[in-house]
Design a binder for this molecule. Structure first.
Ligand code: FCB
Length: 440
């Protein structure tokens, strides 16, 4: 790797990120059923109908996995807490075995000198709450507050940082408008409600944690740069609509107490009554803002109902996800977010990484494309820092090859290869390069 730790500010944190359903093995330890189990059990939703029953079996192997985080020289570990593992029915009686597990996991991080950075919702909604309408039901804010309280009463004293919800766009739009993630709906009214309730739940959880005396609380937003597919005003307007729905809705709600007009144009008729009154909760002050960044999209207008746009294939080199590699978007988002939304608040890149078709040959995995991807994005982070943006850390997605949602186990994002037959872990060349960089 061409970077050294000493090229970054003194307190800059390097970490890696994972999520519960993608690695733990959800069939273990008394976890409740989730809408991802239901979604995966429905033909056509997930590659080979794979689910998170066993995943990487991190539930039983977390000590070995955290040893890998430590040995890489990383400072922090971003993980998530499964709602259905803590509360199998979503509300009510906690699963003590689940709480004990997160207790041990937290202590195992601290024993290794790793900063625990928790996310409270990384997509495995308990099925019992999905039955009640899930993110379409306003009550989800209170249900999520209850879960937050139970989880953080137990763990909050040892967290370095906590964010309520991973990637609100995926929770709301991808899952309720595009049908790509659980619950797999394609319904504009459901989507609009989820777009609002996800932020209401975020704010409720922040307030709950403040009530417990916690600090260093943030939000994690996934951002995708929208480039007009051509120079026409129509393409520019379509890209602006995409930007409004994908990026500005969530940042605008949390940091400005307002939704962008280009999104309201289509969504306002479908929002729940009284939505304007929820901003005091949605805007609960944060201590930092996390950006997950992977790619950009080329956007063209389309003769369909709102949002009347389509994605067009772009010319840049692509990852195994078919996502264009566009590091400039990371610099632009860091700069724009600070300038327009967050000011002096510390920014973290809470996810960045790529999928590649890595194969194990003679006990080793060579993934130079991942190293190059990370280098190019670290350059973008450095340019933002040089321009005065307060970027405080960078987390690589992901530690392990894992369950990549609707794409099953096919798309490998790990610094560490996982053999899904034997569950053996093998550090890839990118892991070794990162380790050398962090030591220098
Ligand atoms: C992000 C998700 C993460 C993983 C990566 C590739 O959107 O937060 O769980 O799927 O994409």
């Amino acid at each position: 790797m061409r970077h050294k730790r000493s090229d970054f500010p003194e307190a800059f944190l390097f970490g890696t990120a994972t999520s519960a359903y993608q690695i733990e093995g959800h069939a273990f330890g008394g976890a409740g059923r989730t809408h991802w189990d239901d979604f995966a059990a429905t033909p056509g939703n997930v590659v080979r109908a794979e689910n998170g029953d066993r995943a990487c079996d991190h539930y039983h192997r977390f000590a070995e996995d955290l040893d890998l985080v430590k040995a890489a020289g990383l400072d922090a570990y971003r993980f998530s807490i499964s709602w259905a593992r803590v509360l199998p029915e979503g509300t009510g009686t906690p699963n003590e075995e689940g709480l004990d597990y997160y207790d041990r996991l937290t202590d195992a991080m601290l024993e290794r000198g790793l900063k625990p950075c928790a996310t409270l919702y990384h997509w495995e909604l308990p099925s019992a709450l999905a039955d009640k309408g899930g993110w379409r039901n306003r009550d989800i804010a209170a249900w999520f507050g209850e879960f937050t309280e139970i989880a953080m009463e137990r763990l909050g004293d040892r967290m370095f940082s906590v964010a309520p919800i991973n990637e609100p766009w995926c929770v709301a739009w991808l899952s309720h408008f595009m049908g790509g993630h659980a619950p797999g709906l394609r319904d504009v009214r459901a989507a609009a409600r989820a777009m609002h309730h996800v932020l209401l739940a975020h704010g409720t959880a922040i307030q709950t944690m403040r009530g417990l005396g916690m600090s260093n609380l943030g939000g994690v937003f996934n951002l995708e740069w929208a480039t007009p597919a051509n120079g026409t005003p129509e393409a520019q307007a379509a890209a602006a609509r995409y930007d409004a729905i994908y990026n500005r809705w969530f940042l605008g709600g949390v940091f400005k107490g307002a939704y962008p007009q280009a999104a309201l144009d289509g969504l306002e008729p479908h929002l729940p009554e009284g939505w304007q009154d929820d901003f005091p909760t949605i805007q609960a002050p944060l201590d930092w803002c996390g950006l997950n960044y992977y790619t950009r999209k080329l956007i063209a207008p389309d003769a369909t109902p709102f949002p009347s746009l389509k994605e067009v294939e772009g010319p840049l080199p692509k990852t195994f996800m078919d996502w264009e590699i566009y590091p400039q978007g990371l610099e632009d988002f860091l700069t724009r977010t600070a300038k327009e939304y967050t000011g002096d608040l510390p920014l973290y890149v809470t996810e960045n990484g790529m999928a590649s078709p890595d194969v194990l040959v003679d006990g080793a995995v060579k993934d130079p494309s991942r190293t190059a991807f990370l280098e190019d994005h670290l350059d973008a982070v450095q340019r933002a820092i040089a321009a005065g943006v307060p970027v405080s850390g960078y987390f690589i997605w992901s530690l392990l090859d894992n369950y990549e949602w609707a794409l099953g186990y096919e798309k490998r994002f790990g610094l560490v290869h996982v053999d899904f037959e034997t569950l053996e872990r093998t550090a890839k060349s990118s892991y070794h390069e990162l380790k050398a960089a962090l030591q220098s």
